[in-house]
Design a protein around this ligand. Structure first.
Ligand code: SAM
Length: 183
């Protein structure tokens, strides 16, 4: 039984200068990635933010769709947003999975080429073998500390392209299909 989870990290990320900073949770990222995640049966989608007001926003976005009137209006959206959980840190998301008995192999994602990346074919096999948490960044990408705590970095989508500025929403969907999609 596959257990693939997602984490969308809003801190620590890096800005254009490579400095650490926190980005804001967006309605679009929560909804769009939740729908992609549900389509490929990702079990949990962790939205990670250290600032409580931002976590409250994330909880409100997801929580609205658990209300009766929203369920009646769009049950499919309720189902997708029902897999969203909000945490303060990536470590907390990993801990929640571990406490549930699914200690994850943590796979970071990045547009930047790096040495010893996990290929999509190996990543696909891994998802069939053990719990995997796919970690996505915002801003200008995940901070080095997140890459360091990860067990692997997934190969970039289109690393040789002369233009590589996918939105996190698009990158998540492409990666999901490569790792979990029908063949
Ligand atoms: N503000 C941007 C947005 O609206 O999407 C955020 C961009 S953020 C850097 C993009 C994130 O998506 C990266 O941290 C990474 O997780 C993922 N990503 C983007 N391009 C990618 C690629 N070519 N290969 C793998 N992951 C990629």
């Amino acid at each position: 039984m596959r257990r693939v989870t997602f984490a969308l990290v809003h801190y620590p990320c890096v800005d254009k200068q490579g400095e650490l900073y926190a980005t804001s949770i967006t309605n679009l990222d929560v909804h769009d990635i939740a729908r992609s995640a549900r389509t490929y049966d990702v079990t949990r989608y962790y939205v990670v933010h250290p600032i409580s007001a931002q976590r409250e926003l994330g909880e409100a976005i997801a929580g609205f769709w658990q209300e009766e009137k929203a369920k009646r209006r769009n049950p499919d959206r309720t189902e997708a947003l029902g897999r969203v959980r909000v945490t303060s840190t990536i470590e907390e998301a990993i801990q929640k999975e571990t406490e549930a008995g699914f200690a994850p192999y943590v796979v970071a994602t990045s547009a930047r080429p790096s040495a010893n990346v996990l290929s999509f074919s190996d990543g696909r096999a891994l998802c069939d073998e053990r719990p995997v948490m796919l970690v996505f960044g915002t801003g200008h990408g995940l901070a080095p500390s997140v890459l360091e705590l990860s067990d692997a970095i997934l190969a970039p989508v289109q690393p040789e392209a002369d233009y590589n500025h996918l939105s996190v929403r698009a990158a998540a969907a492409i990666i999901l299909d490569r790792l979990l999609g029908e063949r």
